[in-house]
Design a protein. Structure first.
Lengths: 149, 149
């Protein structure tokens, strides 16, 4: 039991410290604008990878890596913008009521983007396609639960 | 002469390919929102470093590195959002009329953020302060010339 609990606690602590070091917004509007800005920036790079994965644009290995690097980096950012007391924007109140679920999905996204970068570096379209599927499912799962349309 | 020209050309080519691999927005509004999102995200992390450098918040070496890493990464992004035909938002038309000057300032910013990250990793407040000065001047120089208030 101890073996199962310790890594989970370590992840929670890491997430907490990571958030607290960034969660310093002058006002709620800044936190909302910050998380929306990070999400939008990320979405543009995900869209480019999606276009390659679906064949709408030709596969370009170097561009895939460049975009995946940005997605991996930016996937770390939005969470600090959901600090306590920053309800609003497109965020559903459930985010602050179901913190464990929200955190789990945020960690799933970061794990997915890590795998995406590995897949992009593999340098073939099939690897990219295989990594984009789970990433898309994670985006959808979190947006369905926690984002107003 | 050749020695002077070649590195300059190499930088221009690198900037061109870097931009072309990213400059794929569905519509002009996306490009405008993308560059504004990247700039705003960056500004929030610069503000945290500014608060430390000015003494408004206590110096925290680890947070300084974390914020400087984000600034360095995001400083690469906005430029793709200023592609030809994407005039609008807060961007002055001069951006598209004075491309050489705009590119020079964008490259100066990226060089400044590289130095900022080195300074943050040095782990002392004086190094951070010394790197924030030139970065702030570059932000101002570019905004004065190319951003509407």
């Amino acid at each position: 039991m101890k073996r199962l609990v310790t890594p989970a606690l370590a992840i929670l602590c890491a997430a907490f410290f990571s958030m607290s070091s960034h969660a310093q917004f002058a006002k709620t509007e800044d936190a909302i604008k910050y998380r929306q800005s990070a999400m939008f920036t990320q979405s543009q790079h995900v869209a480019r990878l999606g276009a390659m994965a679906s064949g709408r644009v030709p596969y370009d290995a170097a561009a895939a890596v460049a975009n995946a690097e940005v997605v991996t980096q930016i996937s770390r950012l939005p969470w600090a913008g959901f600090a306590a007391g920053t309800e609003g924007g497109k965020a559903k109140p459930e985010i602050w009521k179901e913190q464990a679920k929200f955190k789990e999905l945020s960690e799933r996204l970061m794990a997915d983007t890590d795998k995406l970068l590995v897949a992009a570096k593999a340098g073939n379209l099939d690897a990219l396609k295989a990594a984009m599927g789970p990433l898309g499912e994670t985006c959808k799962a979190c947006h369905d639960s926690f984002r107003n349309r």
